[in-house]
Design a protein around this ligand. Structure first.
Ligand SMILES: C[C@H](N)C(=O)N[C@@H](Cc1c[nH]cn1)C(=O)O
Ligand SMILES: [Zn+2]
Ligand SMILES: [Zn+2]
Length: 479
């Protein structure tokens, strides 16, 4: 069973239609982390439902309830569950992607409007928030479906879709939905494997298959004291300043060389074996790859394997921002009354939000006590997800490897991703099947950053890769 040539021809011939589809999706600013954008996340869900239904997918949207965001109670965007094909002789593949995006403003330093897809014909790049993370890959599946439907080609497998609109904000509500839909006659019944396209190659030349993800624990540390913002000329050197306390606390979390200062965390990390170390040594990667994707020569080490392990198999702690601090242009002489520092820890085996939280909270309280401040400290865990590692020898990976070799004429690297997709472990545990991460974009796409992009070639060849993978599963998986 191999992919009919017409499949590849159709994808090539419809390149500009597929780019138009991505442009429509990028134009919807479906930012899940900001309550004022919530209507757009819903708009994005309606866009996807329409696309799927037009291609014959049976779709159900699931209300995931409410959340409190920015002090308001608001409706969570729906999970989209779709189903096409029910042939007991075929394998059933569960696909997952997310339709929400990270925030983006032109004033953050974008060269183009972030929510207008900009096609740079010279470089072949498609710039826009969500182009790579994760609207391009999500639409890749829709392009594959369209190609089969329009050519009258029977799908080689049964497909199930699970698309969510809260991945960038902790996947609220999704774990419960998945657990509720497992069992005879339920939505996930009969799923043989899962495929997620929501991460990136290591570099800009070698495709990869990903068998691990770091987890995450995201914290908000709030220091409050004065009843209102104060004049620093009147109150400076007179009161305990929340910002001064916060900056000191934040500076005690991590060293500039990346070393995490919270006692007990290091002891949770699974030890490195020689065999595992070799897996990093053989990856197609160099310090110039990381520096090219970071846009500056700022790598923490000159040792390629050390940098890779820092991203894939060791934890990291990043400071993200301070809410409530003065950040506008100008020179306002204010003492902010209440400030919240945001930081997250990327978790690796054997760390979990449950065993990390008490260490973080105890440490912050102890460090705060040392300040002898009359201000108040509050520590919250905003969201969390466990790390995940899969078996890359499973037939699901064998099929993806063959598909990659067919489309890219290259053997894919086997990688672990430094980012987090919390639902991955839920799929693996609740469905009891193998999960594969099959990325579409490159390491320099700038996901979550300014000028996020997806190369046209990755979008188009990536669409071919996703389609070829379905055919390879049909050909490779044991009957
Ligand atoms: C890897 C995936 N595309 C991604 O970007 N995941 C996010 C998930 C997240 C967690 N908190 C906020 N977003 C990530 O790894 O940051
Ligand atoms: Zn993503
Ligand atoms: Zn993301």
């Amino acid at each position: 069973m191999s992919v009919p040539n017409q499949f590849y021809e159709y994808v090539d011939q419809h390149k500009s239609d597929f780019i138009d589809r991505l442009a429509k999706a990028v134009a919807i600013p479906s930012v899940s982390g900001d309550a004022s954008y919530r209507e757009h996340v819903f708009e994005m869900s309606r866009f996807i439902v329409k696309e799927l239904e037009a291609l014959g997918v049976k779709v159900r949207t699931v209300d995931l309830g409410k959340q409190v965001l920015d002090g308001q109670e608001i409706q969570l965007p729906p999970a989209i569950l779709g189903s096409i094909g029910d042939d007991p002789k075929k394998k059933t593949i569960q696909l997952y992607a997310h339709y929400d995006v990270q925030p983006a403003l032109l004033s953050d330093g974008w060269d183009h409007e972030p929510f207008k897809l900009t096609h740079d014909e010279k470089t072949g790049r498609l710039y826009g928030r969500g182009s790579s993370d994760d609207k391009g890959p999500l639409l890749g599946w829709i392009n594959v479906l369209e190609t089969h439907v329009k050519l009258g080609l029977e799908l080689p497998v049964n497909l199930r879709f699970c698309f969510e609109g809260m991945e960038e904000s902790g996947s609220e509500g999704l774990d419960d939905l998945i657990k509720d839909e497992v069992g005879p006659g339920k939505f996930f019944d009969g799923v043989d494997c899962v495929c997620i396209s929501d991460n990136y190659w290591l570099n800009d030349r070698t495709p990869c298959l990903t068998y691990g993800l770091r987890g995450i624990s995201y914290y908000k540390v709030t220091i409050s004291g004065p009843a209102r913002d104060l004049h620093s000329g009147v109150f400076g050197n007179t009161v305990h300043e929340p910002m001064t306390d916060l900056i000191l606390l934040m500076s005690r979390l991590v060293k500039p060389n990346g070393e995490i200062l919270i006692p007990g965390l290091e002891q949770l990390v699974a030890p490195l074996t020689d065999e595992e170390k070799q897996r990093y040594d053989v990856l197609d990667y160099s310090i110039s790859d990381i520096e090219q994707s970071a846009g500056a020569p700022v790598a923490l080490s000159e040792d390629k394997s050390a940098v890779l392990m820092g991203r894939m198999r060791y934890p990291s702690l990043s400071l993200h921002g301070i809410e409530g601090a003065f950040s506008a242009p100008g020179a306002k002489t204010v003492i902010p009354a209440k400030v919240s520092g945001k930081f997250s820890i990327r978790l690796v085996p054997n760390m979990t939000p449950d065993n990390v939280d008490p260490l973080v909270i105890t440490y912050l309280k102890a460090e705060f006590a040392k300040l002898n401040s009359k201000n108040k400290l509050e520590v919250e865990n905003l969201h969390g997800g466990k790390p995940w590692v899969a078996d890359p020898n499973h037939w699901n990976y064998v099929a993806a490897k063959k598909a990659t070799e067919t489309v890219y004429k290259k053997t894919p690297d086997l990688t672990r991703e430094g980012g987090s997709i919390p639902v991955t472990l839920t799929f693996a545990e609740a469905l009891g099947v193998n999960v594969l991460l099959l990325p579409m974009g490159r390491g320099d796409d700038g996901a979550h950053s300014t000028n996020e992009k997806l190369d046209v070639s990755n979008y188009i060849e990536g669409t071919k890769l996703l389609g070829t993978y379905l055919w390879e599963v049909a050909a490779t998986a044991p009957k």
